[in-house]
Design a protein around this ligand. Structure first.
Ligand code: H2B
Length: 94
């Protein structure tokens, strides 16, 4: 059973993952990217897909031409967990 983030871990998110925002109405974080073209966006998505497999944790995402939007939440926990934080950090490090 994966635990949801505790209050201290939640309070730290704004500082540790400043590029990610809490999603209105659900326990999730999201971040948007704009690339120069579709090829750059797709290349980024390919790298994120490999990371997701490595973490055994998978994004909810969308792509429109050069834009990519990623939402992270742990379905098995019904909300944010350390798995979302770990994947967000790994994505930020790409
Ligand atoms: N991704 C996300 N975002 N949440 C999960 O709960 C989840 C996942 N569970 N990827 C994983 C896969 C689980 O189903 C497998 C069996 O580990």
């Amino acid at each position: 059973m994966i635990e949801r983030l505790n209050d201290a871990a939640r309070a730290a998110l704004a500082e540790t993952l400043p590029r990610w925002a809490l999603v209105d109405g659900r326990d999730a974080i999201s971040r948007d990217w704009k690339f120069t073209n579709f090829s750059e966006a797709w290349g980024f998505m390919a790298r994120v897909a490999l990371l997701a497999e490595k973490h055994d944790h998978h994004p909810e995402w969308s792509n429109v031409y050069n834009r990519v939007a990623i939402t992270l939440s742990t379905h098995d926990a019904g909300g944010l967990s350390h798995r979302d934080v770990a994947l967000a950090h790994a994505i930020d490090a790409l």
